[in-house]
Ligand binder design. Structure first.
Ligand code: GDP
Length: 451
C-alpha cells in the first residue's frame, strides 16, 4: 500500500469529462510534475485548480485538478482527481503520462480496498459501494446506501457489544469462582441474552433472505405448452413487442427475456420455449432448457389455455412445478372454460385474457402479495445484502445455538464461552474485523477499475 495508484474512474469513451484518480503519498507530487498552473504541492486540501497537463514539450489537455490531502479522503491517503475532456485520446494520454511518472495502474476495487484497509469503512460498506453502482431500482439504491452509511455495521456491532459484555462476565466468573452468586447471575444473564440474540439474529437472516430480491430482482419464468399465450403474457407485462406472438404452435423456440421495474423491484421475465413432447431437435433443446430454468427461478408462472382440457404436456409441467409455489394462469378466459379448476391443486390461480387485459392486474397483485412487495418499501433497509454475509450470519446462529444447548445441558461455563467467542468472531468477519487476504482479493476483484 506504499505505492501511488492511478485509474480512469469514468467510463472510457466520448463524453463531457473523464476523471482520472490517484491515491497514495506521491499523488500530488506526480501530478504536479505534469501540471502547468499553480504549484500543487503548496495548495490547501480540498481545493480545485485550473491548468493544463503538459508532457514537458506540449500541452495535452485543459484540466481541473482536485487536491485532497490525507486523512479526510475516501482512501485516507492523498487523493488527486484530474477532470479532463472526456475523449479517449486525452484520457489515455494523461493516464499514460501518470504511469510513466511513478503511479501504478490500480487493480479493480483497489481504492475501496485501501479505504477498508485504512479503516475508513468496514467490509459491509465496501460491498455496498459496488451495490450502489450496480443498483437499478430505487429500492436497491436505498438498501445499498443504508449499508454505505454503515447501518449494517452498527447493527452487527450491537450484537458484538452484547457478546463482549457476556464474555467479560464469564471471565470474571472463571477468574473468581469463589463468588458463588456471580456464577448464578452469569447463567441467568446468559440464558436471557442468548435467547434474545438468537431471536434477533434469526429475524435478521429471515428478513435479509426475503429482501435479496431488492438487489437481485425476481427471476420469473413463464412456462406452458405452445400457443397458450406465454408470449402474450410477457408482452402485456413488457408493454412492448419483444416476444414473437404467432398462431403457429411451437414458434417461440428461443428464450425471450425482458425486464420491468415492478413496485420498485426488478422483475426479469423469461418466456420459455413451449414445452411439449417434440422430435424437432431445435425445439427439444429449448424445452430442456425451460425445464432446467425451473430450479433457478424465484417465480414460476405456468400458463394454461383454459379453452382446452389438460393434456399430457400440461400435466407434465404441473407435476414439475408442484412443489415450487407457482402462479397458474388460466389464459384465454374469453373462450369457453374447459379446465376443471378442482383438478388444479395450487394456491395461486388467476384467470386472464391478454386481449382485453382482464386478469392482468390480479396477476400482478398476486405477485406483489407473494413477495410482500408493499412491505419492502416501507421499512428501513438494513439487511445482510449478499451470500457472504448471509452464510456467516447463519454460522454465527449455529454457534449461538450450540452455546444455548451447552447451557441447557449444564456444561461448564468455559465450554459456553468457547461457543460465544466463536459467535463474536464470526460476526466480526461480516464487518471485516478479521479477514484473510484471499477473501479481500476475491471480494475486490469483482469491483470496477477506478472504484
Ligand atoms: P405462446 O406460444 O404460449 O407464447 O402463445 P402466444 O402468446 O404466441 O399466443 C398464441 C395465440 O393465442 C396467439 O394467436 C394469441 O393471439 C392467442 N391468445 C393469447 N392470449 C389470448 C387470450 O387471452 N384469448 C384468446 N382468445 N387468444 C389469445
Amino acid at each position: 500500500m506504499d505505492d501511488t495508484i492511478v485509474a480512469i474512474s469514468t467510463k472510457l469513451g466520448k463524453g463531457a469529462i473523464s476523471i482520472i484518480r490517484l491515491s497514495g503519498e506521491k499523488s500530488i507530487e506526480i501530478v504536479n510534475k505534469l501540471f502547468k498552473g499553480k504549484d500543487l504541492t503548496k495548495v490547501k486540501s480540498h481545493t480545485i485548480h485550473y491548468g493544463f497537463i503538459n508532457d514537458g514539450k506540449n500541452d495535452i489537455d485543459e484540466v481541473l485538478v482536485t487536491i485532497m490531502l490525507a486523512p479526510k479522503t475516501f482512501t485516507r491517503e492523498n487523493v488527486v482527481e484530474i477532470n479532463c475532456h472526456g475523449g479517449i485520446a486525452p484520457t489515455l494520454k494523461i493516464f499514460e503520462l501518470l504511469t510513466e511518472n511513478g503511479a501504478r495502474i490500480a487493480n479493480p476495487g483497489e481504492f475501496t480496498k485501501r479505504a477498508f484497509l485504512n479503516g475508513r469503512i468496514d467490509l459491509t460498506q465496501a460491498e455496498a459501494v459496488m451495490d450502489i453502482i450496480s443498483s437499478k431500482t430505487e429500492n436497491a439504491r436505498k438498501m445499498a446506501l443504508s449499508l454505505v452509511e454503515g447501518n449494517l455495521k452498527k447493527y452487527i456491532n450491537t450484537f458484538r457489544d452484547k457478546l463482549k459484555y457476556l464474555l467479560a462476565n464469564i471471565e470474571v466468573n472463571i477468574d473468581y469462582p469463589e463468588y458463588y452468586d456471580i456464577e448464578e447471575i452469569t447463567k441467568e444473564q446468559l440464558k436471557e441474552t442468548i435467547k434474545n440474540l438468537e431471536q434477533d439474529l434469526k429475524e435478521l437472516i429471515k428478513k435479509s433472505e426475503e429482501r435479496q430480491i431488492i438487489k437481485n430482482g425476481i427471476k420469473t419464468i413463464i412456462i406452458g405448452k405452445p400457443n397458450v399465450g406465454k408470449s402474450s403474457i410477457l408482452n402485456t407485462f413488457l408493454k412492448e413487442e419483444k416476444a414473437i406472438v404467432t398462431d403457429i404452435a411451437g414458434t417461440t423456440r428461443d428464450i425471450v427475456e425482458g425486464k420491468i421495474i415492478f413496485d420498485g423491484i426488478e422483475l426479469s421475465l423469461i418466456d420459455t420455449a413451449g414445452i411439449r413432447k417434440t422430435d424437432d431437435v431445435v425445439e427439444k433443446i429449448g424445452v430442456n432448457k425451460s425445464i432446467s430454468l425451473i430450479d433457478e427461478a424465484d417465480l414460476i408462472i405456468v400458463v394454461l389455455n383454459s379453452n382446452e382440457e389438460l393434456n399430457e404436456s400440461d400435466k407434465y409441467i404441473l407435476n414439475k412445478v408442484k412443489n415450487k409455489n407457482p402462479i397458474i394462469v388460466l389464459n384465454k378466459n374469453d373462450l369457453q372454460l374447459k379446465i376443471n379448476k378442482k383438478d388444479l391443486k395450487f394456491k395461486h390461480i388467476v384467470s386472464t385474457n391478454t386481449n382485453s387485459l382482464e386478469g392482468i392486474t390480479p396477476l400482478k397483485n398476486e405477485i406483489k402479495e407473494m413477495f410482500k412487495l408493499q412491505e419492502l418499501q416501507e421499512e428501513d433497509y438494513t439487511y445482510l445484502s449478499n451470500n457472504r454475509q448471509l452464510i456467516l450470519a447463519k454460522k454465527a446462529l449455529a454457534s449461538l445455538k450450540d452455546a444455548k444447548m451447552s447451557l441447557l445441558n449444564e456444561e461448564p461455563i468455559d465450554i459456553i464461552e468457547i461457543d460465544l467467542k466463536e459467535v463474536f468472531d464470526i460476526l466480526g468477519t461480516i464487518t471485516g474485523e478479521s479477514y484473510s487476504d484471499e477473501l479481500l482479493d476475491e471480494l475486490f476483484a469483482s469491483f470496477c477499475v477506478g472504484k
